[in-house]
Design a protein around this ligand. Sequence first.
Ligand code: FAD
Ligand code: MLT
Ligand code: ZN
Length: 496
Amino acid sequence: MTHPLAVAFGPLPMPDTNPPRPAIPLPDELMASLLSILGPRGIVTDPSDLEPHLSDWRGLYRGASPALLRPASTEELAACMRLLHAAAIPVVPQGGNTSMVGGAMPDESGRQVILSLSRMNRIRDLDPVDMTMVAEAGVVLKTAQDAAAGAGCLFPLSLGAEGTATIGGVLSTNAGGNTTVRYGNARDLMLGLEIVLPDGGVIHGLRRLRKDNTGYALRHLMVGAEGTLGIVTAAVLRLFPRPRAEAIALCAVESEDAALALFRRFRDRDETAVRAFEYMSGNGMEMVLRHIDGATLPLSERADHYVLVDLASSRPDADLRGLMEAVLEEALEAGEVLDAALAESEAQRHAIWRLREEHPEAQKKEGASVKNDVSVPVSKVPEMIRRCSAALQALIPGSRPVPFGHMGDGNIHMNLEQPEGMDAAAFLARSHDIMDCVNDIVRDLDGSFSAEHGVGRLKPDMLAEWRGGAELDAMRRIKAALDPKGLLNPGKVLPA
Ligand code: FAD
Ligand code: MLT
Ligand code: ZN
């Protein structure tokens, strides 16, 4: 689904943001050298063309930059990086700019150059025997999915921003999304990487091997590094057999515990059939029905809790409809499921998924909201939702918790919407209190403050608090070894 890069609100009043300073032009000699490498199409300096690259999807940050570089090949990029490294110019990689944590934003200094790989958008190879695709970093995720489908295969990574997010971005954030429960995170879908290092060195690691124990797995260091260690220019992605049978249902469930019990019923019956298992709260569903054109609830009554169950199999004879009906019947009898609608057509499947995927957009339209992308062990999801909801409502009376997301992975977006009628800026000024409130409970439940969106610019202080000691020290040493001048995506991930 394509999400326009719209900014709903003015910048969040984060204590670590300053008004952007005017961009500091690159030195003339450097500019001339970059132009000779990239050509006029490869450098953007016009302020109106730079504009969309200076703010993020959530409207948290606004930066300044003298230039956006758009290399057309790995060689061009490597040559640019050698020059920028010598001149000590900081570089911020930016893919589709859908980061939820300000990861792809230049800061306010006006010194940081933005790097876009949008011209490196070729699918170099697709092999249905090896079940691999070699895609350049600028390939949009949806394009990669379509290319796989065109060859009778499946590239399973799927998320709401897939019409805009790029292969470079999803790998650099180790994106999760809707199908992690079955296929894993982006990391699990990657076999090899081509990488340009901060000093312009190139790692030619596009190996399509299932087994390759040849020293440190540098490719895995780059996945989830959020552009702080190297620039991903191309990747070998894993493909899977395409689904030949599908069954999708929207269920109203009795409680958070009932949602988890339903997940267990499906998993115990046939773990390989569960492609996605997504939880939604009554609050979130109301917002989708209110704000999203054409959204309707295919159930007779509204509920406080819903789940979307998506079953898929590559076996044409898999009776997924039978499996869905049998499990739902048991759960209805047990009082876990209150009502359910099974999709009968592609249009209905799409309509049910839309109710889920439009949650972020509907929350934007409803007013100001604060996101908490957290994970806990799957068994603790119901307790986490209940405790966080109660604590948040006590913290800001009238606020509306909107927990939703990837229940099968233990990853819930424990978001909070402002009280109706409250001033948005006053609500957003409480952002850090809100995040702390959720994080205290998540920590108590052995969870993580960042499940899939990453650390970016928003959460380095949390990293210091949660991953201190030897773990953070090792991260700093890795950063210093690969990027001793600290030029690649400064201010992201690691605390200052
Ligand atoms: P950007 O936002 O441009 O960049 C993300 C990070 O990667 C930045 O730190 C950037 O510097 C770095 N980067 C980008 N390209 C490169 C490169 N070639 N080399 C090195 N570093 C690079 N995420 C999930 O995990 N699951 C979801 O379900 C999900 N749903 C979303 C729904 C919506 C509506 C939106 C707006 C976002 C969602 N996201 C989700 C968040 C986001 O992380 C993903 O959309 C995606 O991983 C980012 O890809 P991108 O190309 O937009 O990267
Ligand atoms: C999603 O799963 O839709 C996004 O990752 C969550 C969000 O917008 O908080
Ligand atoms: Zn998500």
